[in-house]
Write a protein that binds this ligand. Structure first.
Ligand SMILES: NC(=O)c1ccc[n+]([C@@H]2O[C@H](COP(=O)([O-])OP(=O)(O)OC[C@H]3O[C@@H](n4cnc5c(N)ncnc54)[C@H](O)[C@@H]3O)[C@@H](O)[C@H]2O)c1
Ligand SMILES: N[C@H](C(=O)O)[C@H](O)COP(=O)(O)O
Length: 324
């Protein structure tokens, strides 16, 4: 059973990440071990932290303070105002975390929020977000973004692309891979014996028999029928607007939606404080809170650590093989 510490990447220094890290240590110091990869000078004044030189030192260090594996960023943090000089360090923190998980020195990766535009502006970051960057670092062709909470698990079949590009990006191959990876993860990583998937239609009323769009009839329904024949338990394509009330949620273990907001609005509405972003299909465990950098409240003592606490807990549980 893996009990190696979780590597926590620092995320965007101008965001609420540096405020959350000490709160996560205080909340979880008796429950699990993790270490922050980042610049300790960005932590709030007086934060109890312990500089470590390697992940193996983190469990013992937890008793004294937040373990920090130093990654100096060379410029001070100004809450709410991203500094392009930090961009390279933010990216390096993610790369370092991946390297430590791959080497087995860390048991899992948990990423504090990045600001996608700040990385693009400061370092010409070529990826839409962590998910795509991690797939690149892991050399994996297809990964799945799942947002999970006790109330709901959702998967967007397309992620960080313009809505206008969704119909073209949705293909039988990509949806098949998303469904297969999700099904496998629910079984092997969430220990659900017979996963039940529910797939949303792309169009209003799931196309209303073709009168509101052809995709459900031309390829989505045929693909789901083909996958049912291979043994997957899949309902749909269903009208998305009636998939998320309590009775509907009781009928499935994960909802697969066609685009980002179709999936993320329901879970962030139902369970913003307990939602966790987990990337399926990587050769290592990766979680992240379901929120972003929250520049509008950064530095004001208003950040709620709940989602990040759940993200670290889920990473720890998935690495130990005890997630549900
Ligand atoms: N895991 C990640 O790396 C991640 C996740 C989501 C968004 N982002 C990025 O973050 C940036 C800002 O995104 P956004 O404005 O759409 O969403 P956001 O989650 O940063 O903020 C949305 C609203 O929720 C509030 N909020 C968010 N987290 C909170 C917390 N922990 N406690 C209290 N209030 C909180 C914010 O104050 C804001 O009013 C963007 O660059 C986005 O891409 C990153
Ligand atoms: N789509 C995610 C959300 O809204 O919570 C967020 O942008 C995180 O994506 P990455 O983990 O790919 O950065």
């Amino acid at each position: 059973m893996n009990t190696k510490p979780v590597a926590l990447t620092c995320g965007e220094p101008a965001g609420i990440g540096p405020e959350l890290a000490p709160m996560l240590w205080d909340a979880l110091k008796d429950e699990l071990s993790f270490f922050l990869i980042g610049d300790a000078s960005h932590l709030p004044e007086g934060s109890p932290y312990v500089e470590i030189s390697a992940p193996w030192e983190a469990p013992a260090a937890m008793a004294q303070g937040l373990p920090v594996l130093p990654l100096p960023m060379g410029a001070p943090r100004v809450a709410g105002i991203p500094n392009p000089a930090h961009a390279a360090g933010v990216i390096a923190s993610i790369e370092r975390g991946v390297a430590l998980v791959k080497s087995g020195e860390a048991g899992a990766l948990c990423t504090l929020p990045i600001h996608k535009k700040a990385l693009k502006d400061g370092a010409s970051f070529a990826f839409p977000g962590h998910t795509e960057f991690l797939a690149h670092l892991a050399g994996v062709e297809h990964v799945v973004m799942m947002l999970a909470s006790p109330a709901l698990r959702v998967v967007p079949a397309t992620i960080h692309i313009a809505l206008a590009d969704v119909p073209k990006a949705l293909t039988p191959h990509s949806l098949r891979r998303t469904l297969e990876i999700t099904n496998a993860a629910l079984s092997s990583q969430f220990h659900i014996a017979a996963p039940r998937l529910a797939v949303a239609g792309l169009n209003p009323h799931a196309g209303e028999g073709g009168t509101m769009g052809p995709e459900e009839i031309t390829w989505i329904a045929p693909l789901l029928e083909e996958l049912r024949r291979t043994g997957l338990d899949i309902a749909g394509p269903l009208p998305a607007d009636t998939m998320f009330h309590a009775a509907a949620r009781a009928r499935y273990d994960a909802a697969i939606c066609m685009y980002h907001d179709q999936a993320l609005i329901p879970i962030k509405t139902l369970d913003f404080d307990r939602g966790v972003n987990v990337t399926l299909g990587l050769p290592f465990v990766r979680t992240s809170p379901d929120h972003g950098t929250a520049f509008d409240i950064a530095g004001q003592g208003l950040a709620n650590p709940s989602s990040s606490i759940e993200a670290l807990r889920l990473a720890w549980a998935m690495a130990k093989g005890t997630a549900t």
